[in-house]
Design a protein around this ligand. Structure first.
Ligand code: CDP
Length: 209
């Protein structure tokens, strides 16, 4: 069984995807980490994230980099978004994601193009969103909890810019797949969002049998 979870930054998709993986006993892949790894590698090599050749050269990063906490930093998000625009980068990361999705027993993948490109035949697809104001608040709380407060306005501007870049790129833009269920988490607690997600997936699985 494959479950695809897509949506914009700080929508709650990662938390929901991890909870779904636990609930259904599946392995989980946060595909954003792969793009973050490429973005950080470009930066560390002194390259330019907007340059396709620099970005493509950074795709051969070692698996061990995926455990580097720097990938979760605020600096890595925009770098990931910039390298993810290049078709060469998306192509280089495609097989890795497809192989993960195809493993025996199935998997939960979260990202931007899982339901549309990576796993178009997924058994259940969720498109998780929340208002920009709520997403900025969440990111603010998360960063403050880690002792790294960033002004709300700056976070909001960064999220809006990243969403626009992700939705407007030509290759695999962020969008809801036709057969995905929309889950707006703006007014939901984490528990409530997870319960809704499980109910939506259960309904999809039932309708398939
Ligand atoms: O955690 P957050 O939602 O802030 O970001 P992320 O999921 O780690 O993704 C970082 C960036 O990688 C996104 O802004 C996208 O530009 C890119 N990405 C993508 O293009 N396709 C994916 N499947 C996952 C991430």
């Amino acid at each position: 069984m494959i479950i695809a979870v897509d949506g914009p930054a700080a929508s709650g998709k990662g938390t929901i995807a991890r909870a779904l993986a636990r609930h259904y006993g599946l392995l989980h892949l946060d595909t954003g980490l792969l793009y973050r790894a490429v973005g950080m590698t470009v930066a560390r090599q002194g390259g330019d994230a907007d340059n396709p050749a620099d970005a493509a050269a950074a795709c051969a990063f070692p698996d061990s980099l995926l455990a580097d906490p720097a990938l979760r930093s605020e600096e890595a998000g925009p770098l990931a978004s910039r390298v993810s625009r290049h078709p060469q980068v998306r192509a280089a990361l495609l097989e890795r994601q497809r192989a993960f999705a195809a493993q025996p027993g199935g998997a939960v993948l979260d990202g931007r193009d899982i339901g549309t490109v990576i796993a178009p035949d997924a058994d259940a697809k969720l498109f998780v969103t929340a208002s920009l104001a709520v997403r900025a608040q969440r990111r603010h709380a998360e960063l403050s909890a880690h002792g790294n407060p960033v002004a709300l306005e700056a976070l909001s501007a960064d999220l809006a810019e990243r969403d626009a870049r992700d939705m407007q790129r030509a290759d695999a833009p962020l969008k809801q797949a036709q057969d995905a269920d929309l889950l707006d988490t703006s007014n939901l607690s984490i528990d409530a969002a997870v319960q809704h997600a499980i109910a939506l997936v259960d309904a999809r699985l039932k309708s398939r049998h």
